[in-house]
Design a protein around this ligand. Structure first.
Ligand code: FUB
Length: 309
């Protein structure tokens, strides 16, 4: 079904804004940014919010029919590489569900694996997680014919440890983890629930990274209407994790969701997240931001202060 993927090479154009003048992308709504450093550039794989209308999605709710990928060498000028996956281009996805939620992309052995949640056309309830594979960070991505067996949930994040073991994290009110096989398309072991995280409120959107032997599990957590970014630390990708603090307070604009990724690029750490800068009255039409992130000497993360336009 590779031919059915819309590859918007024609859409290749610079759409960015100056770094430090969030939001990063001004010509469309973007959310749930997963930033990765590939081939010396920052690639961002966000969700793509659009506005639902009668017959297209569910008015008042999230509405997403495709994904774009963006890249930058300076976090200032962003290139939109166009559409890399659509709800009509994946065999197992309900082509009328407008539910392509938060994705991830990871490189392994010269291939790029794009993970995305979607609602299946089989009629079963809830989200499954699929994989699409490419030879380049901006695609073209070839979707696998079926979602990952044994996984039901949203917000995939794949982390590859120093020993080469890949782990898939995802959420379904709680956060789960399972080892992946070397083919990056199937589970290699049982799904485990991450223990010791806050028991109250919804937790979603896991993003895991490692720095100086500390494994950081970051996640949005909502106890009272608006999500804030929190994190837990461990000395192994499977835990046990211990909650360690707040990275980003609840949005001042009142945006219900937040969703994050953290990268080191040219010696500086960055938090990518979203708010609703281009849509102050509707928080399902979001915009991605980036801000510098700093660590304390003991490895704890200092709270990020959002910079605005
Ligand atoms: O974008 C849809 C959903 O909202 C994501 O999957 C969640 O993490 C939240 O940002």
């Amino acid at each position: 079904s590779g031919a059915r993927i819309g590859i918007g090479l024609a859409a290749l154009c610079v759409v960015g804004s100056a770094f430090g003048t969030n939001p990063l992308i001004l010509d469309q709504f973007t959310a749930d940014p997963t930033a990765r450093v590939f081939e010396g550039k920052v690639y961002v794989y966000p969700s793509h919010d659009i506005l639902a209308t009668e017959g297209r999605g569910r008015p008042g709710w999230f509405c997403m029919e495709d994904y774009h990928v963006f890249s930058s060498v300076n976090l200032t000028d962003w290139t939109d590489h166009g559409v890399i996956l659509t709800q009509t281009g994946v065999d197992w996805v309900n082509a009328d569900s407008y539910s392509l939620w938060a994705p991830d992309c990871i490189a392994r052995d010269g291939k790029y694996y794009f993970y995305f949640p979607a609602i299946p056309k089989s009629g079963e309830k809830g989200f499954r997680i699929g994989v699409a594979v490419a030879d380049q960070p901006a695609g073209p991505f070839r979707p696998e014919p079926a979602p990952i067996e044994g996984v039901r949930g949203i917000d995939p994040c794949v982390f590859i440890d120093h020993d080469g073991t890949p782990y898939l994290y995802y959420s379904h009110r709680k956060i789960f983890v399972a080892k992946l096989q070397d083919n990056m398309r199937q589970l290699a072991g049982p799904v485990q629930t991450i223990a010791n995280l806050p028991a109250k409120g919804l937790i979603e959107g896991p993003f895991v990274f490692e720095r100086n032997g500390i494994y950081y599990l970051t996640y949005p957590h909502v106890e009272n209407r608006i999500e804030r970014l929190e994190y837990a630390i461990a000395d192994h990708p499977l835990g046990p994790f211990k909650p360690a603090g707040v990275i980003l307070d609840e949005s001042a604009s009142g945006c219900w969701t937040v969703h994050q990724s953290i990268i080191e690029y040219r010696g500086q750490w960055y938090l990518f997240y979203h708010d609703r800068d281009l849509s102050p009255n509707f928080d399902k039409a979001r915009s991605i931001r980036a801000d510098r992130l700093f660590f304390n000497e003991d490895g704890t993360i200092r709270k990020v202060i959002p910079t605005l336009r």
